[in-house]
Ligand binder design. Sequence first.
Ligand SMILES: C[S@@+](CC[C@H](N)C(=O)[O-])C[C@H]1O[C@@H](n2cnc3c(N)ncnc32)[C@H](O)[C@@H]1O
Length: 293
Amino acid sequence: MRRRCLLAFALFAVPVAAAHAQSSASTGGPDLRSPTQGDEVPYIQTPQAVVDKMLDLAEVGPDDFLIDLGSGDGRIVITAAQERGARGFGIDLDTGLVETSNAAARRAGVAERARFFARDLFDTDLREATVLTMYLLPAVNLQLRPRLLAQLKPGTRVVSHDWDMGEWRPDAKAVLEGLTKPVMPIQASTVYLWIVPAKVAGAWKVQLKGATQESMEIEFAQRFQEISGVARRERGRTLLQSAHLRGAEIRFAVIDETRRQSEPLHFFGRVFGDTMEGTTGAGRRWRAERKNS
Ligand SMILES: C[S@@+](CC[C@H](N)C(=O)[O-])C[C@H]1O[C@@H](n2cnc3c(N)ncnc32)[C@H](O)[C@@H]1O
C-alpha cells in the first residue's frame, strides 16, 4: 500500500514538475495546478528547512494554535511548540505515526502543547486553529478549501507545502531550492500562505460619525480575498477604489465624483461578522452594518 501511494505521489509530481518548469518560464512564477490523480496521500516528510520556512511565513508565535492535517512524524507541530512556543495538535490516519509523534513530543518536552490524534482530516474540527498546515495533494487541498473558508476564523493563516488551492490565490509564497526530497523529482519546495478572508460580500449600511452624520450604502463583491464594491450616496453612485481585505482588516476609498478634484475618502477598519468599524484617513469614526438581503 505504502509503495503504491509513494508511486502515486511521484507520478503526480512528474507532470507537476514539468508544469512547474513550463509555467515558471511563461508566467514568471510556478503554477502547480494540475489534473487530480487520486487523493490517497502517502507519508512523505517535509524537510526541516521547509518546516522552518512554513512557520516563518505564517509568523508562528506563542499565541498561536497550530493544526497540522496529516501530521506524519509530528515535526511541524513539535517544531512550532519547541521553537516558537505555540500550542496545537496534529492528526493522521496512521496510528503508528500518531504514537511516534506523541513519543517524540514527550522526548522534546512539549507533550502538553503538541498532541497527536488518529483521525481523518475531513472529520477534524478546525475552528480552534490560528495556523493550519498541510502537505497533502492538490485534489485534497481543493476538497478541503470550502471547509477552510467556512470553519476558520478570518485572519487564520493556512500554509501548504508544495500544493496550491486552485483559484484561491496565495497571499505569499516562498521557494526553497537545493533540498533533498524523497520521491519528488524536483529538489525544491514551494510554500504557500493564505490568510482566511472575512466574509464581506453583500450590502452594508455605512455611517460616518462626527459633527455631520453621513451615511451611504456599499455593495461588496468578493472572490476569496479579492473585493470590489459600489458606494451609493445621496449624490450618486461610485466605484470603490483600492478595496483591500486581509483577514478581517479592510480598507477602501470612496471618491465624491460630484466635486471636482475632491480627495478620496479613505476607510480603514475591521470586520466583526455582520459589523465593521474603523476610522477614515481624516480620523473620523465609521461603522457599517450588514443589510439583510
Ligand atoms: C505527505 S505526509 C505529510 C506529513 C507531515 N505533515 C509533514 O509535512 O512532514 C501526509 C500525511 O497525511 C496522512 N493522511 C493522508 N490522508 C489522511 C486523512 N484523510 N486524514 C488524516 N491524515 C491523512 C498520511 O498518513 C501522511 O502521514
